[in-house]
Design a protein. Sequence first.
Length: 342
Amino acid sequence: MTDPGRTDQERFIFGLPKAELHLHIEGTLEPEMMFALAARNGVPLPYPDVEAVRAAYVFGDLQSFLDVYYAGCAVLVTEQDFYELTTAYLARAADQGVTHAEIFFDPQTHTDRGIPFRTVVNGICRALEDGERRLGVTWRLILCFLRDLGAEAAMATLERALPFRHLIAAVGLDSAELGHPPRAFEEVFRRARAEGLSCVAHAGEEGPPEYIWEALDLLHVHRIDHGVRCWEDQQLVDRLRDDHVPLTVCPFSNVKLGVFPDLAHHNLANLLRLGLRVTVNSDDPAYFGGYVGDNLVAAAEALALERDEIVQMARNSFVASFLDEADRHRRLAQLDRFARDG
Ligand code: ADE
Ligand code: ZN
């Protein structure tokens, strides 16, 4: 069926099967839901209405965004809140062609204000299981440590997560990057690997190329979240290319947080054309102006991406995922059929 509201390019990009690998579930909290949950839970908000919330979403850098993002999390209180948040994300993602989602959550943001770990993880996972049944979107869950709270708090969070180990595929590292290098978390990530967890880390978003080297060599990550500052270090670009290290790039996020002045100056196309395993993702779509299909459509237009480059990034998303081999090949065959037949 054709959708009169979408151009041919949008229809192709939205319809293209894809995995989303860099998505903070707390970053999918749309202002309308923020207000509904605030009213339900009796949580005061510093905004009079939804329009004022949207108007406040002007960020100069990562920290100015994180301040607003963590404040918004205060409305998430019950298991049902986490369930509804995740369900709403899955509906939007599925509409933009996401068939597999690897989702970050930030447990410390919630446990530090007295919300039990099980409330968070049970709400998210119940929605992911229902979403898989209803929409066919498969999933993995990634526990992110807040790097600015330090390694000791991260280790305590890992211990707290172990009773839920069967629900968690990997650990990650997020929050304020500058001044919080990956090397501080070597022991935590070693322990996570010993528990059989895979590893990813935000690095080279605002932080220097050195942080990407540390994530690779000390944390032994499977992919780098963002990683766009690798560009400043030719040896690092070579390493990422030669080792096929995936980068989960988030174009809207990078522009909103001032990493690039606009999409036309984003280095996504350059990285892709140098042979790096680039994927496109939405990061915190409620705050940055769009979901993964929206990011791909806008990046394709601003950077004049060819159709086979768009398909390559969708292929990369499955190749870089934590899907098992048989499933990965099934998804790639499905994607190739769509790319061929439209
Ligand atoms: N937490 C949520 N979004 C983030 C981002 N873009 N960088 C670091 N931490 C985050
Ligand atoms: Zn992120």
